[in-house]
Design a protein around this ligand. Sequence first.
Ligand code: T4K
Length: 372
Amino acid sequence: MNDKLYVGRPNIGSRERFLQRVNDMFDRRWLSNDGPLLKEFEQRIADITGTKYAIAVCNATAGIELASKALELKGEVILPSYTFVATAHALQWQGITPVFADLDPATHNIDPAKIEEVITPQTTGIVGVHVWGRACNTETIEAIAARHNLKVMYDASHGFGCSIGGRMLGTFGECEVFSFHATKFINCFEGGVVTTNNDSLADKMRLMRNFGFVDYDKVVYLGINGKMNEVCAAMGLTNLEAMDDIVAINRRNYLAYCDGLRSMPGVSVIRYEPKEKNNYQYVVIEVDPDVCPRNRDEIVEALHAENVIARKYFWPGCHRMEPYCTTQPNDWKRLPETERVSAQVIVLPTGQTVSEDTVTQVCKIIKNALRP
Ligand code: T4K
């Protein structure tokens, strides 16, 4: 490749529409704090996900902080180690101890069977993560939570536009948090949205997002500045208009990767259930070291040498990162699947900036790397 090919190159809708929206915003001189663009964006997200409330925030990390605070999670909260470190940090930042549970290798999501093993009297909740937009086993997770009187929320950062059993992500648990970061399927530059069907939780999160103000001079909750500004909402609205096109491009690229990598020994592309809605934002391959002539790191090196900046998400697992590797140094012993899967995954570039020809070239680089 002449230029570096990145994972997570932003998808961008109509520039004219975006600039028009920003121009109107200047005329209104309303730049943040519950502006009309924000309200429209929230309504669109609520409509698409089929939820009663959508509360836009400045990013998903702040959204997880806000939601877990509003749910009054404390003590210990169970989550997968195989996630972006933001999920764990958002809890730890509030003095909640993240307790990692191992993943199910078939889905890369938290293994419900491993959740009960780590429940203690201090456990107050479970944060499931819909890794790659493939839904957690919500039914089992929520049954376990009900048995132990725990609250459930989901980090749906990857899951916008995805469904399970025909039901859109965003509608599960007490609430779900989407990321609209630049690298996500739909982006707001930076942004996040918490969705919920719970009236009182929605009210509380709306107030907490704005320092806890209920009126000009009255504060009723401990709050933060978690607001999304109007420019970010304008970007989100504009990109939502391109949503179907972006899914089509991602799906085309995903299928081209499946085709191009089909006969390579020990290399498999993770599967998306065709009956469900998917955003296909992540093209994830697994490299089986027992079958593949090269290991994951050798393949990544070969790709980087050709300017394809493939990523090893999520390696190492959160339990191998600070502060968790210091505070919980033995976690790796009970997270064998997280250790194994995180050492085998590669995320490949896709999105609007990646053509089918480029996919063919990337596959060729991998094929060449496997040659003896
Ligand atoms: N939970 C989960 C499961 C998540 O995956 C994430 C975010 C969060 C929570 C937190 O959501 P936010 O608070 O961010 O809303 C990137 C993203 O920064 C992060 O948002 C994302 N997950 C994660 C999976 O990927 P890094 O550390 O890899 O970022 P970076 O700077 O290396 O950028 C990623 C790639 O994107 C690079 O290859 C370059 C490319 N890029 C990036 C930006 C910002 C561009 O081409 N253009 C751009 O404007 O974390």
